[in-house]
Design a protein around this ligand. Structure first.
Ligand code: ADP
Ligand code: ZN
Length: 726
C-alpha cells in the first residue's frame, strides 16, 4: 500500500463560504468530535476559513495529503433543515453552494465566545490639535452613543489611527460595552385588538394552520387598512405559544421604526431586527439569538432567511408581491419563494400577505396549492378611495409642466378644506434627461448607456445605474456653449417646483429616497402624519404602509410611466403601486379621493383601476400571461453575458446561442444587447430561456452551460425566474 498521510480516523466534508460547488475533505484530529452542522475552522492554501461540516465519514487509506480541521466553534450547530435549505437553493438557482453558505456566515464574530467590547465616547476635552477628521469623529459621537473604534472610524470616514491618537490625547474616552443584551420572551397576548368578525375568521384560519404544525401556504388577501397586520399577528402569537420562532419578512423599505414599535407593542418585547443598516453588534446579537433559539421574533429584510434558524415555526411574508424580494445581484434568489421552500423543508406554515397579491400567488390559490383568506372590508371604512382618471389628451398640462387643471383644482379643494394632498411621481431627481439646446448633446453616464439624472437639491448629476456623480456643468461638455443645457421631463424635485408655483402657501415636503433618509426621513414622515406638511410630493417611498390620517387627496402624476416596459410583470406592478398609492388617501376621519393622470384611459388596467374592479384586472392579466406562456404559466431564466470589451461579450453570447442542446421543450430567445447595454463599463447581452412549467429548466441549463468557458473579464450571470429585464 502506498504510504498514507491520513492519520485521522474520520474525514469531515467541510463546506466553505467560497465560490465552490462542493465541500472539501479534511481530517478530523483525534480527540475532536464533529457532527454535521458544526462550525469549524479549516486551512485552505495560506489562509484559514470558517466552514460548516456537511458530512462526517470514516477515513479510508488514501494518497491524498489531507489537512486537518483546526478547531470547532462552540456555537449551536447549523440545523439539518438549514443545510438542506442551502443545498436546495443552490441547486434551484444554479449557484455554487459555497456562495450560498457565505450568506449565512456573514457574522463570524457570532461564532466566538461573547466578549466585552471597548467603545469610545467623547472625552469632553477637545483634542490638542483639531483637524477636520477629528472634528468628524466628534460629530459622530455627538448623540452620546459610544462606538467601537472600527465602527467609529468607518462612520467618520477616517483611519483607526485617528481614533487611537484621539484616545491617547484624552479627546476620546474608552468605555466597556456590556455583553450583548439577551432577548426577553415575548408575550403572545401583550396587546391584542378585539378583532372584527371578518378579521376573526381570517385569524382563526391562520391559527389553525399554525396548530397543525405542518407545511401550508396561506395567502392573506385584503385591501390596505383591512387589518392584515393584526390578523397575521394572531398567527405569530399562536406560533410563540408553541414555543417556536417567527420570521416576519418585509421589503427593506417598509422596515420603519413605527412598524417595529407596533410589533413591540403587540408582543411586549422589542423584536430582533435584520436589515442593511444594522450595526455589527446588533447583527451579531440577532444571529446568535436566532441560532440559540432565544430570538423568538425576527423582523427582517429578505436576507433574514439565511439566519441559522434553530426552531422555526412560521414565516410571514408581508407585501408578498414586492419585486424587492428578488435579489438579482450576487446570489440570486426570491425571498418569498424561498420562504415557501423553507416551510416545505422544515414543515411549518407560511403566510403571504398583500393588498395586491402577485399573479404567481393568486394562480397558486387557483391551483389549490395555497389556501386563501380574504379580508373584504377596510377596517372601520367600507372601501378603497374613489379613483378617477384624468385623460391627459383632453386636459393636457402646459408644456414644461405636468399638473393638469383638473388635478390642480382637486389639490386646491383639499388644501382649502384644511386637508392634505399627495402628488406621486416615481422618479427621483429634478429631470431624467439633460440636453444641450445648441448641439443636441445628451448628458450621459461615462460608465453606462444611460442618461445622467440631474439632482438639483444636491447640486449634482447622478447615474441611477452605477451611482457615478458629477457637478452640474455650466456649459455643454460637447460644444462648450453656456446656458443652453435644458432639463427634459419631470422628477419629483421639478414637480415640487411646479407645485410650489401653484400653491405658494402650502407647507410642502418632498419624500424621495435620495434626499429624505435616515433620521430626516423619520422626522418628515412624522410631520406628514401630524399634518405639519399639507402638500407632499413623493416617489414610491410614500407608497409603503405609511399611515397619514390627514391625507384625503392623492394625485398620480404619470400613471403610464411603468407601463412602458418589456417586463411581463409591468402591468401587475403598476397596478400594485397605483392601488397602494391611492390607498394612502382617506385612512383617517375623512374619505379619500385619488386622481390618476394618464394618456391611456382605455387601457384595461386604467379602466379596472377606475371601476375598482381588481378581479377583472387580474383575470385579464392571467389570460395574457397564459396565452404567452409567461410565468406563472411557464418558466423563465435569463442569461446575462457581460464584459468590459463589447465585441467579446457579443461573441460569447453568440457562441452560447450556437451551443444550445437540442430540445423541443425549451425556447431560447436572443442574444440581444440588454436594454441598458452598458452598466459600470460592462457591455451586456441577454438570452432569455422559456419553457413550460413541467420542464426541468435547471437540468437544461446545467447541460447547456457545463462546457461554457467563462474566462478573463467575461461574466455570465444565470437568473432563474428573472424579475429584472434591463
Ligand atoms: P393592513 O395591514 O391590512 O394594511 P392594518 O392591520 O395595518 O391593515 O390595520 C389598519 C389600521 O387599523 C391600523 O392602524 C390598525 O391598528 C387598525 N386596526 C385594524 N384592525 C383593528 C381592530 N380590530 N381594532 C382596532 N383597530 C384595528
Ligand atoms: Zn453609470
Amino acid at each position: 500500500m502506498p504510504d498514507s498521510h491520513a492519520t485521522s480516523a474520520e474525514v469531515a466534508e467541510v463546506l466553505l463560504p467560497l465560490a465552490l460547488a462542493s465541500a472539501y475533505s479534511y481530517g478530523v484530529p483525534r480527540g475532536l468530535r464533529l457532527s454535521p452542522g458544526d462550525y469549524v475552522e479549516v486551512p485552505l492554501g495560506p489562509r484559514s476559513y470558517i466552514g460548516v461540516v456537511w458530512e462526517v465519514r470514516p477515513a479510508v487509506p488514501t494518497n491524498l495529503r489531507m489537512r486537518d480541521v483546526t478547531r470547532r466553534f462552540d456555537a449551536p450547530p447549523m440545523p439539518e433543515t438549514h443545510r438542506k435549505f442551502i443545498s436546495w437553493l443552490a441547486d434551484y438557482y444554479l449557484e455554487p453552494i459555497g456562495n450560498v453558505l457565505r450568506m449565512v456566515l456573514r457574522v463570524p464574530a457570532a461564532l466566538e465566545a461573547p466578549r466585552e467590547q471597548v467603545a469610545y465616547r467623547s472625552g469632553g476635552t477637545p483634542p490638542r490639535r483639531m483637524t477636520p477628521q477629528r472634528q468628524r469623529v466628534l460629530e459622530i459621537l455627538r448623540d452620546g452613543f459610544p462606538l467601537p473604534a472600527g465602527e467609529l472610524a468607518q462612520a467618520a470616514g477616517v483611519g483607526t489611527s485617528v481614533i487611537k491618537a484621539m484616545a491617547k490625547d484624552g479627546a476620546l474616552q474608552p468605555v466597556a460595552l456590556p455583553a450583548l443584551r439577551p432577548f426577553s420572551a415575548p408575550d403572545p397576548d401583550a396587546e391584542a385588538f378585539s378583532l372584527s368578525p371578518d378579521q376573526q375568521v381570517a385569524a382563526d384560519a391562520l391559527k389553525a394552520a399554525v396548530r397543525e404544525s405542518r407545511h401550508s401556504v396561506t395567502l392573506l388577501d385584503g385591501v390596505t387598512g383591512s387589518g392584515k397586520t393584526e390578523v397575521y399577528f394572531e398567527a405569530m402569537a399562536e406560533t410563540l405559544r408553541q414555543g417556536k420562532q417567527v420570521l416576519l419578512l418585509l421589503p427593506e423599505i417598509a422596515l420603519t421604526a413605527p412598524f417595529l414599535a407596533r410589533v413591540e407593542r403587540r408582543f411586549g418585547v422589542e423584536p430582533a431586527g435584520w436589515h442593511s443598516d444594522l450595526r455589527p453588534r446588533e447583527r451579531e446579537r440577532t444571529w446568535r439569538g436566532v441560532a440559540d433559539g432565544s430570538a423568538r421574533i425576527v423582523v427582517g429584510a429578505r436576507s433574514a432567511l439565511f439566519l441559522p434558524w434553530a426552531n422555526p415555526g412560521l414565516i410571514v411574508v408581508d407585501e408578498e408581491h414586492e419585486g424587492a424580494y428578488k435579489q438579482d445581484e450576487g446570489v440570486t434568489y426570491h425571498a418569498r419563494d424561498m420562504a415557501v421552500l423553507y416551510g416545505a423543508l422544515a414543515r411549518f406554515p407560511v403566510v403571504l400577505s398583500s393588498a395586491t397579491p402577485s399573479l404567481e400567488s393568486l394562480v397558486n390559490v387557483d391551483r389549490g396549492r395555497y389556501a386563501s383568506v380574504k379580508l373584504r372590508d377596510r377596517h372601520g371604512r367600507p372601501e378603497l378611495p374613489e379613483i378617477r382618471l384624468i385623460d391627459m389628451r383632453v386636459a393636457p398640462a402646459p408644456s414644461g409642466s405636468w399638473l393638469s387643471e383638473p388635478l390642480l383644482a382637486e389639490v386646491r379643494t383639499a388644501l382649502d378644506a384644511g386637508e392634505q394632498a399627495l402628488l406621486f411621481l416615481n422618479r427621483r431627481g429634478y429631470a431624467p434627461l439633460t440636453l444641450c439646446r445648441a448641439c443636441g448633446h445628451h448628458l450621459d453616464c461615462p460608465n453606462c448607456a444611460a442618461s445622467m439624472v440631474e439632482h438639483r437639491f444636491r447640486r449634482l448629476m447622478q447615474c441611477h445605474h452605477c451611482g457615478h456623480q458629477e457637478p452640474v456643468p455650466a456649459a455643454c461638455p460637447k460644444c462648450g456653449t453656456e446656458g443652453k443645457l435644458v432639463p427634459v421631463g419631470p422628477g419629483v424635485e421639478r414637480l415640487a417646483e411646479e407645485a410650489a408655483r401653484h400653491f405658494p402657501e402650502a407647507r410642502l415636503a418632498i419624500l424621495s429616497s435620495d434626499i429624505t433618509r435616515g433620521v430626516l426621513l423619520r422626522d418628515v414622515l412624522r410631520d406628514v402624519a401630524d399634518g405639519v406638511h399639507n402638500l407632499v410630493i413623493g416617489t414610491q417611498l410614500v407608497a409603503k404602509g405609511h399611515h397619514f390620517p390627514h391625507l384625503t387627496c392623492v394625485g398620480v402624476v404619470d400613471a403610464d410611466l411603468a407601463l412602458e416596459s418589456s417586463d411581463p410583470r409591468a402591468g401587475e406592478r403598476t397596478w400594485a403601486l397605483l392601488a397602494q398609492v391611492a390607498g394612502r388617501a382617506g385612512r383617517g376621519e375623512r374619505p379619500g379621493r385619488a386622481f390618476v393622470q394618464t394618456h391611456a384611459p382605455d387601457h384595461a388596467l386604467m379602466r379596472a383601476l377606475a371601476s375598482g374592479n381588481r378581479d377583472a384586472y387580474y383575470e385579464q392579466e392571467k389570460i395574457i400571461r397564459q396565452n404567452a406562456a409567461l410565468p406563472p404559466y411557464g418558466r423563465l431564466a435569463a442569461l446575462i453575458v457581460s464584459d468590459t470589451d463589447g465585441p467579446s461579450a457579443e461573441r460569447f453570447a453568440r457562441s452560447l446561442a450556437r451551443n444550445i442542446p437540442p430540445t423541443d421543450d425549451v425556447q431560447v430567445l436572443g442574444p440581444a444587447a440588454a436594454p441598458i447595454s452598458v452598466v459600470r463599463g460592462r457591455h451586456r447581452w441577454r438570452l432569455l430561456v422559456k419553457a413550460g412549467r413541467e420542464v426541468d429548466l435547471q437540468a437544461f441549463l446545467r447541460l447547456w452551460l457545463k462546457d461554457a468557458k467563462v474566462k478573463g473579464s467575461l461574466g455570465l450571470q444565470i437568473d432563474v425566474d428573472p424579475y429584472n429585464f434591463l
